[in-house]
Write a protein that binds this ligand. Structure first.
Ligand code: NAI
Length: 469
């Protein structure tokens, strides 16, 4: 087969593989280059998918121990088989990465295993162990190489994958640690901290900011922190980590208050460093080709074009939130752009979800953003304690919060803490995509009894009295 393509995508994560499928569907001859043995990138192999398998399994374990008896279901001697839980996670990953390989075949996409390097515009070299490099001729190149663990700025953290770990290894511990210190109260720290807390670890979170999930709607984040505290997690906010080291089989974390004051040290069986990710561009040869960078990211215009003709970038390697679904949507849009169509991503309506129990989900502006932009807004809120279905399920924690424009009632942001928040948020996302108002949603008939009725009531609360409180 000739090594000549219309599009070559470097990286097969959610951005890359979805882009490849869309390119193939649009009639473009498409290749994918992947350096790892399996397709799917961080999300499928060590990120979203394995962490969700563990989140779900640990929730079931926790529920069997602490929640089921209240519903009249008594289980004798609930015990943990961590190996079986990890096997479930591994099987989930395998099913997903095999699924991507199947989709590549089905769509006639050629997969090259090896490290891709852009030799020049229109030429990608694939270097694999033991083999001489292959060269791909290609009219277009899409960089979809994702991100890697950033570590702690200014600190040289010696990850040993057992005591001092990143998320890559926190999904594969051999034993439940008695204690865990999580550095960073962001999404990864809280999701994986929750997993190990439910399985029995005493989890302490050390966070630089004065809030967890920095950038999230303020009252939503506060309520979520209260819930996590009740679950047994403890928090050291406004705390800057200054040293992380392993001694024997333990880890030591030193941190100091950001306002000044005495440093403290915590010890734990495992230290999870979850202080962010950075774009991955190692070995791509971008400097040699002259691709412009901006704060470590590949710089693109509004159509995902770099400064070099025929080279595009999508997903974590470029600007915007590091979210798999953002990368997927960019993958589709750039494929359409390359095929001469009009690809578009609405960055104002990208939902974000924290897959803890309960989940936290958001779309659009936070209350703090509206305040600082001087937008005249109204807020409506409805608690799950007042929702019949939530009571029936013993899932009454959290609320739905709507933020709408005061004059036009257009919905500007929606924030949910509660069971199933990650699914419910999409009703708000569709509404916002169509420029809808709170009243549009509040007057849409919702099935009873559902958790989604709380979404309807919160929408109603922006302009009228809710009916059930
Ligand atoms: P993050 O950026 O969400 O959170 C990192 C936290 O570490 C921040 O709150 C920061 O203030 C704190 N921090 C940084 N340096 C510190 C220091 N020296 N001492 C104490 N705290 C410090 O990063 P995270 O959680 O590692 O996630 C990386 C990326 O992966 C994010 O962009 C996230 O959106 C994405 N992701 C998304 C998921 C989802 O959508 N459910 C799940 C997992 C990851």
């Amino acid at each position: 087969m000739s090594n000549s393509f219309d599009v070559t995508i470097i990286g097969s994560g959610p951005g890359g593989y979805v882009c490849a499928i869309k390119c193939a569907q649009l009639g473009l001859k498409t290749a994918v280059v992947e350096k790892s043995p399996t397709l799917g990138g961080t999300c499928l192999n060590v990120g979203c998918i394995p962490s969700k398998a563990l989140l779900h399994a640990s929730e079931v374990y926790h529920e069997a121990q602490h929640g089921m008896a209240d519903l009249g279901v008594k289980a004798q001697k609930v015990s943990l088989d961590l190996n079986a839980m990890m096997a479930h996670k591994d099987a989930t990953v395998k099913a997903n990465v095999d699924g991507v390989a199947f989709l590549m075949k089905k769509n006639g996409i050629e997969v090259f295993h090896g490290t891709g390097r852009i030799a020049e515009p229109g030429k990608v070299e694939v270097i694999s162990d033991g083999d001489s490099a292959q060269t791909i001729e290609t009219k277009n190149i899409v960089i979809a190489t994702g991100s890697e663990v950033a570590g702690i700025p200014g600190l040289d953290v010696a990850f040993d994958d057992q005591t001092i770990v990143s998320s890559d290894h926190a999904i594969a511990l051999d034993n439940v640690p008695k204690s865990m210190v999580v550095i960073g109260g962001g999404v990864i720290g809280l999701e994986l901290g929750s997993v190990w807390s439910r399985l029995g670890a005493k989890v302490k979170v050390v966070e630089y900011l004065d809030t967890i999930l920095g950038g999230m709607d303020g009252s939503t984040s506060k309520q979520f922190q209260r819930i996590l505290k009740k679950q047994g997690l403890t928090f050291h906010l406004k705390s800057k980590v200054t040293a992380v080291e392993a001694f024997g089989k333990k880890g030591k974390v030193k941190f100091e208050p950001t306002d000044g004051g005495e440093a403290q040290t915590l010890e734990a069986d495992v230290v999870l460093v979850a202080t962010g990710r950075r774009p991955f561009t190692t070995g791509l040869g971008l400097e040699d080709v002259g691709v412009e960078m901006e704060r470590g990211m590949v710089k693109t215009d509004a159509h995902w074009r770099t400064n070099i003709q025929g080279i595009y970038a999508i997903g974590d390697v470029t600007s915007g939130p590091m979210l798999a679904h953002k990368a997927e949507d960019e993958g589709v849009a750039v494929a359409e752009t390359i095929a001469g169509q009009h690809g578009h991503v609405n960055y104002g309506v990208i939902p974000s979800v924290v897959y803890t129990m309960p989940e936290v989900a958001s779309v659009g502006a936070t209350e703090e953003q509206l305040k600082s932009d001087g937008v005249d807004y109204v807020s409506g809120q409805f608690p799950f304690t007042a929702n019949g279905r939530a009571r029936a399920m013993n899932a009454t924690e959290g609320f739905v919060k709507f933020l709408a424009h005061k004059a036009t009632d257009k919905v500007l942001g929606v924030h949910i803490v509660g069971f199933g928040a990650g699914d419910m948020i999409h009703e708000a996302a569709v509404l916002m995509e169509f420029g809808g108002s709170s009243e549009d949603l509040a007057r849409t008939c919702h099935a009873h009894p559902t958790l989604s009725e709380a979404v309807k009531e919160a929408a109603l609360a922006t302009f009228a009295k809710p009916l059930h409180i």
